[in-house]
Design a protein. Sequence first.
Lengths: 399, 525
Amino acid sequence: MVKKLTSLLILGVLSFFLTGCWDQVEIEDRGFIVGVAMDLVEETDDESDKPEGKYRYKGTYQFVVPAGLSQNGSGPSGGGGSEKAYENVSSTSDSLLEQARNLAVKMSRPPFAQHLQLLIVSEEVAKEPRSFRNIMDLFIRDNEMRRGIIVMIAEGEAGSILDAQSKNESLPAIHLSDIAENTIKNSEMLSKVRLGFVHERLVDQTSFVIPKVTMEGQHVNMTGAAVFQGYNDQMIDFINGDTTEGLNFITGEYKGGLIKTKVEDELVVYDIRNASRKIRVDVRNKESIHFNIVIETEGIIGESFKSLDYANPTVLSKVEETVEKEIKRKVLETINTFQKDLQVDALGLGGYLQSEDYKTWKQIKQNWDRGVNYFSKSTIHVQVKSIVRSSGAVFESQK
Amino acid sequence: MRFNSFYKQNKKRTEMIKTKQKNQEDFSLELFTELNENLHNIKKLLDEPSDLMIREFTIGNTDHRCAIVYIEGLTDKLLIDTSVIKNIQMETEDSDKKLADKANDVVDQFYNKVLSIGKVEKVLSLDQVSYAILSGNTALYIDGTDQVLIIGSKGWENRSIEEPISEALIRGPRDGFIENLQTNTVMIRRRIRDANLRFKSYQVGRRSKKDLVVAYIDGIINPDIVKEVNRRLKTIDLDDAPETGFIEEWIEDNFLSPFPQFSHTERPDKAVAALMQGKVVILLDGTPFILMGPLTFGDTLQSPEDYYERWIVGSLLRMLRYLGAFIAVFLPALYIALVSFHPGMIPSKLAFSIAASREGVPFPAFIEAFLMEITMELLREAGIRLPKPIGQTIGIVGGLVIGEAAVAAGFVSPIMVIVVAITAVSSFSMPSYSTALAFRMIRFAFMGAAALFGLYGIILAYIAVNIHLVNLRSLGFPYTTPFAPSFLRDWRDLVIRSPITTLTKRPKYMQTDDEERMGNKKGGQ
């Protein structure tokens, strides 16, 4: 009896061990996807009986090749110095999940997306109706995807951008997502947009911008942005670097950059270290909505081709004045672009109106930046206050 | 059949033992008035060992015979020569001194006047005599009486007091307990001059009859602890207790637990600190290690140096030790879980470099970690066994050569070597060796759990260990107190060590008779 019981017990314990490890996949057996690029291939045949999506997409998936990463180390595989650390594999299908499944047929290591960093969507895809939303669906829905994935819109073909080479980073996707961090040095870039942000915008239907990325020869360029209409999530157009800079001032995302001005016909560069903005809404009636934007910047003289006496307050205030004028010009130009050309409120002013005057907002919500387009009709005032904190490390560098 | 022949042999042996006992019955276990008979009996009882000294002589210038019996080497010879033999032989030299007529009175005379020794005792049975002789005392037989005087003459070679090897400190007293019980009690006495310091003597070992002392401070300690320790010690029935480990295992609350329920130390200052906290200290003859109880989990991560150094440093070091304990138990398990189950939880670049370093490693992470941990344990064990100078070589050979070669051969990944090394270093940082052993043991359980179920398994194992810990008792006191049951006041001296001036009360969880450690006077500003 006791023997029977113990043998039963042992069998029970053993069966417990049998079920173990069912989802165990060693780290080196996983195919880490770090970047995905989506291009449009063609429209599908509507007459087919098979259930199909409207478009066929080409997904380019960037897999990490770990052996290529350890070329400098004394890893066991050492020697293969010139090996690439990544491999781009393409797959074409109307369904993104199907694309991913197709990859498993081609790759020895099954795709694993938890380290996905970057999603590049081509301009073509973004401009087709509903297409951008449909692509985003998998990335938002799938539990392997993180909400921190950086989203970019490519001018031209997206797949080729995943081949952007860099000496520092062995993985183009990491290279690109690291560049997106550099907004503190360059204000013509939009600060990075994460998947979570895109999800919010898809749900709340406000217009938004996503950084643009282009190939320029061997290098990428990340100035400018793509503007999306909120209600149908369709891309309207790209904006250039200057407009993006003005946009950064308005949205308060300005991290740092420079303003070139001319003082007494010579170039003086104002290096912005800190910028903030305040927005006030003044609603008389829904036909006349006034926004007051006050921008305050703080910075130093970064470069001065003219020898000026920066110790003199009157000289400083003169420089500050020209800086203010320049910033105001840029911001007004941006506002003009959005109000008149694009007629889309990606500035986030609608959100301000919503929180300040909800009654009015409720009335005009449906016609804010479409239909009657109250956004274009509203008046936006801009005030700029700039402070020069110092003239750099010296007062004068030449006589 | 082999078993049968074995059984037959066994039968023969028991018969032999019986006949031997019969043969021994040519002497009696009683004391007689006849000196020769007595000496014969003691000789026969001990089977005339070579180190048994029997010295017969006459008292003064009378013809009254007497004899002293002792074991050579166990006794202080100088003391016997000058204070026993000399005194007795000189006794009746002066004419006014006379020897009593009756032999029994001679015993009293010796006890009162002749023997200039502090510890003299009258005994009436051979059992007591042999025990006294075997523990280093000297028996004085006088012809004509069945009373024997036992002279306290213990004195043998002892290891000198040295710095404890297993518990070295930078700052703190350098003396450590030795194998001699009396020296050890003295070391405690010298530190506490309180009339309430109690030493209760016990004897353990059916055959070894070792002295065991329970020390505590009356008025501080919770009397229930003393009662409980007394009850448990009374149950001990061993042939011998070579080390306090035997006592510990006999009286601990749960012998199946991997966690120690008594702490042991070689340091008198630690023992005194325990006494002052209202704990009980158990000293055993023949070992420098003493036991302290009750033990709580928090105690195992404390070092006396926490109190000797400044409190900020002490607190930081304690926190470091808690971190060390965490690493020692969890790191390999976490590595296995993250690498085999949840690579998404590792920062991307680290994940890629781990994947790169594991490229070509033939084993899953668990096997790899298990192999390395076993190797580590083997090295540690080998290092302890080998003599000191070679021990260091083993460290170098094991740590550097095997690690380096294993990585170069693609046998394990370099990151695994780092994980194992950090784990080993962390477990060395534990101040209590037996706790470190417990951690080393449950580390493997955690690794197994991680290999089966990933992080989920680690959490299950963690819950299991916690259930065990909160159920564990040490001398009836909850092991995890003051965490749970929670005594907030005692947290001042748990993970952090508050300044001495704020530790005005003894631990609440000890339920001491006297809680006040110090007055309310503020420290000397």
